[in-house]
Design a protein around this ligand. Structure first.
Ligand code: PLP
Length: 389
């Protein structure tokens, strides 16, 4: 058997697969005791109206191949969401429905970069950007985020060659830090993308995940001047609508040349998201019952965020995020985040994610999710506080 050289660049297993395997390697009793705060998998059920729409579609329609662009009604609903939520006027033709943001993000470097080009990636970041870029034999230029720069790291032009840069990955509200960018920061990155003739990928998987009331501070890159020519925005139904198992997402592209390349790529690569999952996504955006249920869920998440925030602050840790994302990003009690995770797991039975898994700048930090009921979260913070380092 032969594995290609790009595959071999993946030195470590996928971060969340490693976490999954820690849990599945445990005995039944051990794993029951563990409170898993490692993976960002929403625990609240998918709103009933979404599930009903999926079942209805499945039962009543013949299911041939879907169209690769996605159903027109869903793309129109996404376009009106852009108008209502961000004040951006997009047409259905500027949207393509995808089969999960992870897949969309992983695929983008296949189309918009050549081997040897540079991809600019936030550090720390959702690991898929790096994995995708390595798989395409690109070089990575990390933008090092720290609490001091509010996780909004500027481009250092002495280190990044604009002539070689073809992709820039940004994600706000951010996984893992939960930080929301300022518009002026993203505008600077748009200017940089223009200077490099690069595509800027803006991941808004968490833009509507705001524990509490209101819309949060997140925004679409298309609210900003200059984005239209260079941006690909990637959105997901997984987190706010508790639909991670449905594998449904969208990509918004306003530059017709970029859109033509993406459409062509997708037509060769796959056959689109299933019609019934698209019916679920349509209900997510248009059924008023869903809006009410999501609002209720965000209040549940808010109470959980308060519990987690209080507990971690009482431990004397610095905590970021939580208000605009489902994650607490906090200082590790010891610099080696993997050892801290192992100790918390062994002595407290709480599974966290090591910051180092999100890139070099993540070392010294830990991430915990809100995706456990309140009583389990309370128990988790009590147990975490009982561990002595
Ligand atoms: N983008 C970010 C920043 C994420 O954290 C995740 C999942 O955790 C995704 C995208 C993937 O979303 P999807 O479930 O649509 O593949």
């Amino acid at each position: 058997m032969k594995c290609n050289a790009a595959f071999k660049k993946w030195e470590k297993p996928y971060l969340f697969k490693e976490i999954e395997e820690i849990m599945s390697g445990m005995s039944g009793a051990e794993s029951e005791r563990v409170i898993p705060l490692g993976i960002g998998d929403p625990d609240l059920p998918t709103p009933a109206a979404i599930r009903k729409a999926i079942i209805r579609e499945h039962q009543t329609c013949y299911h041939g191949y879907p169209t690769v662009e996605g159903r027109r009604d869903l793309r129109e609903a996404i376009a009106s969401y852009y108008h209502q939520r961000f004040g951006c006027v997009l047409s259905a033709g500027e949207i393509m429905v995808g089969m999960g943001a992870k897949t969309d993000l992983f695929d983008i470097p296949h189309v918009f970069a050549d081997p040897g080009d540079t991809a600019v990636i936030l550090d720390p970041a959702y690991p898929v950007y790096c994995d995708a870029v390595l798989f395409n034999n690109l070089e990575i230029a990390f933008l090092r985020g720290t609490p001091e720069n509010n996780y909004l790291p500027a481009v250092d032009s002495s280190e990044i060659d604009p002539g070689k840069t073809s992709l820039i990955f940004l994600c706000y509200p951010n996984n893992p830090t939960g930080v929301v960018a300022t518009r002026s920061y993203v505008s600077e990155m748009i200017d940089f993308a223009h200077a490099c003739n690069a595509v800027i990928v803006f991941d808004i998987a968490y833009v509507d995940f705001t524990p509490g009331e209101g819309n949060g501070l997140g925004f679409s890159i298309f609210e900003l001047p200059g984005a239209e020519e260079v941006a690909i925005e990637v959105g997901s139904f997984s987190k706010p609508f508790s639909m991670p198992g449905d594998r449904i997402s969208w990509v918004a592209i306003r530059n017709p040349q970029i859109m033509n390349c993406w459409r062509r790529y997708r037509a060769n690569r796959d056959s689109g998201a299933s019609n019934y999952e698209q019916a679920g996504a349509l209900a997510a955006l248009t059924d008023p019952e869903v809006a009410l249920e999501v609002k209720k869920n965000m209040l549940i998440y808010k109470n959980r965020a308060d519990i987690l925030m209080d507990g971690l602050l009482k431990m004397g840790l610095q905590v970021y995020g939580l208000r605009n994302s489902p994650y607490a990003w906090f200082t590790s009690p010891i610099p080696d985040s993997k050892s801290a995770v192992a100790k918390f797991l062994k002595e407290a039975g709480v599974l966290l994610t090591p910051g180092a898994g999100f890139g070099p700048a993540g070392e010294g930090f830990l991430r915990a999710t809100l995706f456990q009921p309140e009583d389990r979260l309370r128990e988790a913070v009590n147990r975490l506080a009982s561990v002595n380092f």
